[in-house]
Design a protein around this ligand. Structure first.
Ligand SMILES: CC(C)(COP(=O)(O)OP(=O)(O)OC[C@H]1O[C@@H](n2cnc3c(N)ncnc32)[C@H](O)[C@@H]1OP(=O)(O)O)[C@@H](O)C(=O)NCCC(=O)NCCS
Length: 233
């Protein structure tokens, strides 16, 4: 456990509290939050909020690991990308009571919450969240920063594009393809393929609105203003 001492968590949110809990339960000792709400926000429950993302990039050598705890998939993807570009030691956190097949593969920066199950030969890209009691079936392929919300069940051999969100309690039939930046509503049953940036819901799932989901387009609302990776000392 000696390499699990100091963890930086980017995102002092409700999800950040869950991530902190998983970190403690999996052996991390000293937790420090960073959030762009600093200096307005300097505490998150009993943890310190020490600064913004640029300050975290400066402080990286002081940490044994870093994780992004931001629920918005597109923003999580952008900030995770900045950290990886700066050589951060981005870790994956798995709750001790989650079940992950040793034959599954998870990219850096994933968070797997209590009760989740990830089955054999599933492949998850960087920054995915598999939330409370959700499941990801065998041979699934999840792109970067997909979120499978609490209680959602993704059956085997499903492909899900980057930054898509499978809502709480949704079910996805085996073999389906879900595009990028999709929002699947809570409780939906996905029984047909879903194209990029669709918002779908209901049983069976149908498009809910003509306005596309914004999950994949966080670059429109982000102004990261970060030092270049090459410029860091
Ligand atoms: C699907 C979703 C993204 C739509 O959000 P939204 O764009 O704000 O939609 P609105 O609340 O304005 O509702 C628009 C219409 O869709 C319907 N609708 C919303 N969510 C729905 C759902 N999950 N299933 C079926 N219909 C839904 C509404 O009843 C409304 O219908 P109406 O126009 O006939 O009144 C959202 O409702 C949802 O289900 N999010 C997932 C939440 C979740 O899983 N959270 C987990 C956090 S870890």
């Amino acid at each position: 456990m000696s390499n699990r001492r100091r963890l930086a968590i980017l995102g002092a949110s409700g999800h950040g509290k869950v991530v902190a809990d998983i970190a403690i339960q999996s052996g991390w000792q000293d937790l420090t939050f960073y959030d762009d709400a600093w200096p307005r926000k300097t505490r998150h429950e009993h943890w310190e909020v020490r600064g913004t993302l640029p300050m975290l990039l400066h402080d990286l050598p002081g940490f044994d690991g870093v994780i992004v705890a931001i629920g918005h998939n597109g923003i999580r993807e952008a900030k995770l990308g900045a950290l990886l570009a700066h050589g951060a030691r981005v870790v994956t956190l798995v709750h001790p009571r989650a079940t992950i097949s040793p034959l599954a593969r998870l990219g850096p920066g994933c968070v797997v919450v209590a009760g989740a199950v990830i089955n054999a030969f599933a492949e998850l890209g960087e920054g995915c969240i598999v939330n409370t009691c959700a499941s990801v079936g065998h041979d699934c392929r999840l792109g970067a920063c997909v979120h499978v919300a609490p209680g959602a069940n993704v059956a085997g051999d499903v492909e899900i594009g980057r930054t898509s969100w499978i809502g709480a309690g949704a079910a996805v039939r085996q073999g389906m393809t879900i595009g990028e930046g999709v929002m699947v509503g809570a409780g939906a049953a996905v029984v047909a393929n879903v194209g990029d940036r669709q918002v779908v819901g209901g049983v069976p799932a149908r498009p809910l609105s003509s306005s596309p989901a914004d999950a994949a387009d966080a670059s429109n609302v982000l102004r990261l203003n970060l030092p270049s990776p090459q410029g860091r000392s």
